[in-house]
Write a protein that binds this ligand. Structure first.
Ligand code: SF4
Length: 689
């Protein structure tokens, strides 16, 4: 037993997903005694999921990086911070002088804080002079942001989680909500069970939300845009639209109506494999709902037409009048704890913090005045195009903060061979990741429990995290490392703490004008946009859509087929995604004994029909071969998948089992998000049991 006086209780925000649960961590020294949720936590109250409760062993793992490492003669040796900074400053300066600032690329981390995203883009733009800066929203929800920018104006959830709870009907598309956003899903499962909320699920896989849904339909892979457009057309053709809403608040109805002509129910049935009668039932249910929300995730976005399908969802919400009211709206689910904030605070190649364009002279002048430098107007490379940029010899150097890019970008072999061509790579992380294998300098960083800052959750909510314990060994918080690198490069940066970084960001980005640490004290939170007087925005568009005339825009679309189709040889479609017990590739959660014991290794879900046909069972070892690579995994036979559909979790970092050894370098045509969900593969059986 511990004496109460020995126990430190510190508020933090979970580092594992975009729901944004906050809770107290009870510690004695570095020992984590308990995760204690509290009523005041705005998102989760007294709930957490298994990751928030048991996922923290990684913080004290023996594998933590605790001192800078420098590559010498092909091996890493320990170094002091000053030596590492001096080498980085020298090589960055040489590369910039020799090849120009656009030969360098900066990658921010969605696991890091808003303040650290702000500093990364400032380092790229103000100190080096390039807009080559991006973050991993490029891999997930950039298409949803595109879809919402086109139609409604803001690239964020239309309301709050409380709106989702209130809605009469929720349409889930390509979102494994129960596993990827567990606490949020629990709130919706309760609304479903106790308040009669209706759930309609479109997905390839019978996950938990599908299992419990009122209507569950499986479209053929990559055909969501077709049924969404057919449902919109049916609603308009049958006079079921919200006429008053469309008249008062929405533009371009006639162009949109015309664009829907090809999307008949017969065409939708043929292309999606879903009976027209079922789609008509969906159309009538959606049109009749008093309040409707749409929840979507990577099953929609990670396609060559991910932006278009996200736009089609927004179109459907507008046709039915389900935006700009409580209990309605668009909810693209954010994956990482701070993937929303990382983009919000400017780690994007064409936008400053708060999504203002780098090409806008007035906006740029504001930053130039504040930072005292001339800034580039060119939009830079993003996390996906940088791979081609390296192969083309345009990018010579990378600075990667907290991202496992070598295995989490699509077509991993192609990515790894690109990284091998770089002249100088800095990786800043808490573990020796697979990406570190390509580094020249590795900088040991501090995880969320060892620093201060803020995160933004999926509903645009800023929350503070407080330092639970000191950084381990010689590791440092990312914001401090960035500041010291900038100083080594000659910049006069002086940030005593993250508070001063946020003050600067808030003074420059109108979207965050009213953000102060005082207004975020304890469990207080703010949802953007946040006016200078501190008024925040739990529900977007109540006073009009985010365009100059306040009107939303219906956006005409055409269908683009998936980049890969199955054929006689590559006859299986491979879907992929998360599991409840693992976060992303697993660099953090695999180091938690409780979580690791649940999922010891990666696997492939195989349908009972396919298992029978191939003579395999749970535990069999198979080789999966795509047109881009191959992996070896054990089989789990389950009726969550059907027919020739496979599902592989993304929880592996080795070059044997990781899903991205199978994916291609095709990407969404409007946002460059890789088409992770478009894989055709064949299977060879290696061991039956
Ligand atoms: Fe953390 Fe997400 Fe679980 Fe909440 S739901 S405890 S934020 S992983």
């Amino acid at each position: 037993a511990w004496r109460q006086s020995e126990i430190k209780k510190t508020k933090t925000v979970c580092t594992f997903c975009g729901v944004g649960c906050a809770f107290e961590l009870w510690t004695r020294g570095r020992k984590i005694l308990k995760v204690q949720p509290v009523e005041e936590a705005p998102v989760n109250g007294i709930s957490t999921c298994i990751k928030g409760k048991f996922g923290w062993d990684f913080v004290n793992s023996d594998d933590r990086l605790t001192t800078p490492l420098i590559r010498e003669n092909g091996r890493f040796r320990e170094a002091g911070w000053d030596e590492a900074y001096a080498l980085i400053a020298r090589r960055f300066t040489e590369i910039r002088d020799q090849h120009g600032p656009d030969a360098m690329m900066f990658v921010a981390s969605s696991k890091c804080t808003n303040e650290e995203s702000y500093l990364m883009q400032k380092l790229a733009r103000a100190v080096i002079g390039t807009n080559n800066i991006d973050n991993c929203s490029r891999y997930c929800q950039a298409p949803a942001t595109q879809g919402l920018w086109r139609t409604m104006g803001y690239g964020g959830d239309g309301g709050s989680i409380s709106d989702l709870e209130q809605a009469e009907v929720i349409l889930f598309l390509g979102s494994n909500t129960a596993e990827s956003h567990p606490v949020l899903a629990t709130r919706l499962k309760q609304a479903h069970k106790h308040r009669g909320q209706k759930h309609i699920v479109f997905d390839l896989r019978r996950h938990e939300m599908a299992e419990r849904a009122d209507i569950f339909l499986r479209p053929k892979p990559g055909t969501d845009l077709i049924w969404l457009s057919a449902v919109s057309k049916y609603i308009l053709d049958h006079g079921l639209e919200d006429e008053a809403f469309l008249k008062e608040k929405v533009k371009h109805l006639e162009e949109y109506r015309k664009s829907l002509e090809p999307f008949t129910m017969e065409y939708a049935e043929e292309m999606t494999g879903i009976a027209a009668s079922r789609l008509e039932e969906v159309a009538r249910t959606l049109a009749a709902a008093e309040t409707l929300c749409a929840v979507w995730a990577m099953g929609v976005t990670q396609h060559v037409a991910g932006s278009d399908t996200s736009t089609a969802i927004a179109n459907l919400l507008l046709v039915t009048g389900n935006s700009a009211r409580r209990g309605t709206g668009a909810y693209p689910m954010r994956g990482h704890n701070n993937v929303q904030g990382c983009s919000d605070f400017g780690s994007m190649p064409d936008r400053f913090p708060g999504y203002e364009f780098v090409s806008d002279d007035e906006v740029r002048a504001r930053y130039e005045d504040s930072w005292g430098v001339k800034l580039s107007t060119n939009s830079g490379y993003n996390n996906h195009t940088l791979v081609e940029g390296i192969h083309d010899g345009k990018i010579k150097s990378l600075y990667i903060m907290g991202e496992e890019m070598a295995i989490m970008d699509a077509d991993a072999h192609y990515v790894q061979s690109a990284f091998d061509k770089l002249e100088f790579v800095v990786v800043q992380d808490i573990f020796f990741s697979r990406t570190c294998e390509h580094a020249d300098v590795i900088l040991p960083a501090a995880p969320s429990l060892e620093k201060e800052g803020t995160f933004v959750n999926t509903e645009r909510r800023l929350q503070r995290l407080y330092q639970v314990m000191e950084p381990l060994g010689n590791s440092k918080p990312d914001w401090l490392i960035q500041t010291e690198i900038a100083r080594a490069l000659g910049a006069d940066w002086d940030y005593p703490s993250p508070r001063e970084i946020m003050e600067e960001a808030a003074s420059l980005a109108p979207m965050f004008a009213g953000v102060t640490y005082e207004r975020l004290e304890g469990y207080k939170s703010l949802q953007w946009p946040i006016a200078a007087d501190g008024t925040d925005t739990p529900h977007l568009y109540l006073d009009g859509f985010a365009f100059p005339d306040g009107k939303a825009k219906l956006y005409p679309l055409e269908f683009t087929p998936p980049s890969e189709q199955t054929d006689e040889e590559f006859d299986l479609h491979v879907n992929n995604g998360r599991l409840l017990e693992t976060f992303h590739e697993g660099n953090l959660t695999h180091r938690s004994a409780a979580l690791r014991s649940q999922v010891p290794m990666n696997f492939v879900e195989v349908s009972p029909q396919l298992a029978r046909k191939r003579g395999i069972q749970s535990g069999s070892l198979v080789k999966l071969i795509s047109r881009h690579g191959e992996i070896q995994v054990r089989v789990l036979v389950t009726d969550r998948v059907e027919g020739k559909e496979l599902y592989i979790p993304e929880n592996a970092t080795d070059n044997i089992r990781a899903i991205n050894l199978l994916t291609s370098d095709e990407a969404d045509k409007d946002s460059d998000t890789p088409a992770y969900k478009e894989i055709a593969a064949k299977m060879e059986v290696l061991e039956v049991d």
